[in-house]
Design a protein around this ligand. Structure first.
Ligand code: CU
Length: 156
């Protein structure tokens, strides 16, 4: 095989690979988000709030789930407000405040204390995860494919 022919074949292969990568990237973008695991269900979380943390601080649900948060403040008055959902409850010490809602928005939502409870109050935060973080995986897959494409293109 002559040198120029092998170079040509290599270039063709590279273009084919680049095309494959481009098609995979399109696939990652347009493939619909997979159905959530299992039918919607009711999820009850007992969340203890104390200076300056929630326990548990990460609540994971599936889209469509009915979520019940039982907020129990163990020391002073604490609140819980969920960004993006516009919901809030306030719990008096030793009592259970109950918040029920439908997890109809997918994504990652921060929740935080809405009752000023001390110096570290602004850092009293948690996370409501609705769905499997599909946007994160989509982004990660795109990044990997893009890096592969760039590496291939720059290869001499
Ligand atoms: Cu607080």
């Amino acid at each position: 095989m002559s040198k120029s022919l092998s170079t040509l074949l290599l270039a063709l292969n590279r273009n084919k690979l680049l095309l494959t990568i481009a098609l995979l990237m399109v696939g990652v973008i347009i493939i619909p988000i997979p159905a959530s695991a299992g039918p919607p269900t009711e999820r009850v979380f007992r969340v203890e709030a104390s200076r300056f943390a929630y326990s548990p601080s990460i609540l994971s649900v599936n889209p469509g789930d009915r979520v019940v948060i039982e907020l129990v403040a163990t020391d002073v008055v604490h609140g819980l407000t969920i960004d993006g959902y516009g919901l809030e409850i306030v719990g008096d010490p030793g009592q259970t405040a109950r918040l029920t809602f439908l997890a109809d928005r997918s994504g990652s939502f921060r929740f935080r204390c809405s009752a000023t409870c001390g110096g570290m109050h602004p850092f009293m935060i948690g996370k409501l995860q609705v769905g499997q973080g599909i946007f994160y995986w989509r982004g990660a897959a795109l990044t990997i494919l893009l890096a592969a494409g760039i590496a291939l293109r720059d290869k001499r």
